[in-house]
Design a protein around this ligand. Structure first.
Ligand SMILES: [Zn+2]
Length: 334
């Protein structure tokens, strides 16, 4: 149990600092396998100076549908009708202001080979630094994209217009890339896909709270958490895949990552998918689960135990978008 808790803390730390937690050799290794179906490789690296620049479009031009009342709150899982054994694998694409992260093309290849459906929560700045990977995901009907804020902001700490911008800039960036994708499709003689505003959002660090969630819901996005933490358990890939397969229920939402932090998600998912099939599960996007059942919500988000993500509220400077803070630099801002 102690080992499991230690592993979870290591995972939380890695997610918090991104490539900082890896040695430079690890970082290099983590960027080797990016080519393939998802486009040109992007090297994971730390920036000399935080990049807080906005996207070239600040507000989406396409209408955002209003969020139905039934989808308000922080959604942990979906209660499905009896006999429906679908669940959602979700992959975050996190990128803070201080670094450029990777893209796990090997993972996406595994999903495609197994014909698995999946939801990717992409940071807006990540989409800007990974345009080809983003468009590749957008073009695949098995996948859907959601919003993971512009620079992986802690929305429980960030307030007002800055918080709104983190959401709108990300939807605007997705819109720009969808337009580029459609322009390429039309040029190639294919039918345009048309606009598709992002309607789901994953809170970085799972941090939100009633006020932030109401603001996000007011912008037309549902807040999607998870009931199963996919990465971070102890032991071999096979043991961790088995632990996930035993933890899920119909309607579960599984938290995983596709930005190569951590690095072995492709192997984990390769081992997991057959185990899920053996147990009668099928994959669905989060939107498909929401269409089929009733969301189960909580008042405040967490990883595995309520309160286990509050450490992120004073750890980073610049309201969670910059680098590591000096002690106490953001205390009292919440
Ligand atoms: Zn994230």
């Amino acid at each position: 149990m102690r080992a499991k808790a230690a592993s979870l803390w290591l995972l939380l730390w890695m997610l918090a600092v991104g490539c900082q937690a890896l040695t430079s050799v690890d970082c290099q290794a983590a960027t080797q396998n990016h080519s393939g179906s998802a486009g040109a490789p992007v090297k994971m690296h730390r920036l000399a100076k935080a990049d807080l620049s906005p996207p070239s479009r600040l507000v989406p031009v396409n209408a955002q549908p209003a969020l139905p009342d039934s989808l308000r709150g922080i959604i942990r899982r979906v209660a499905l009708p009896a006999g429906d054994k679908r669940l959602a694998l979700t992959f975050d694409l996190c990128e803070r202001a201080v670094h450029v992260t990777g893209f796990d093309a090997a993972l996406v290849d595994v999903l495609r080979k197994e014909n698995a459906r999946a939801t990717f929560f992409a940071g807006g700045k990540w989409m800007r630094s990974h345009p080809e990977a983003t468009m590749s995901l957008m073009a695949d009907p098995r996948f859907e994209l959601g919003n993971h804020t512009w620079t992986h902001a802690n929305l429980a700490v960030m307030q007002g217009q800055k918080r709104i911008d983190q959401v709108l800039w990300t939807n605007a960036q997705a819109e720009l890339l969808r337009e580029e994708l459609d322009a390429r499709r039309v040029k190639a003689g294919k039918q345009a896909l048309g606009p598709k505003p992002l309607t789901l959002l994953r809170l970085p660090y799972g941090r939100g709270g009633a006020e932030a969630v109401a603001a996000i819901n007011g912008l037309g996005l549902a807040v999607i958490q998870w009931d199963v933490v996919g990465e971070g358990g102890g032991g071999s890939v096979a043991a961790r895949a088995k632990a996930i397969a035993e933890a899920v229920r119909p309607g579960s939402i599984v938290l995983l990552h596709a930005n190569q932090v951590p690095k072995d998600t492709a192997a984990l998912v390769r081992a997991l998918l057959p185990l899920l099939r053996q147990r009668g599960y099928a994959t669905a996007t989060v939107s498909e689960l929401l269409q089929a059942g009733a969301p189960e919500t909580v008042d405040d988000g967490y990883f595995s135990v309520p309160g286990d993500n509050r450490i992120y509220d004073n750890r980073f400077e610049d309201n969670g978008t910059g680098g590591r803070a000096k002690a106490g630099a953001t205390s009292g801002k919440q």
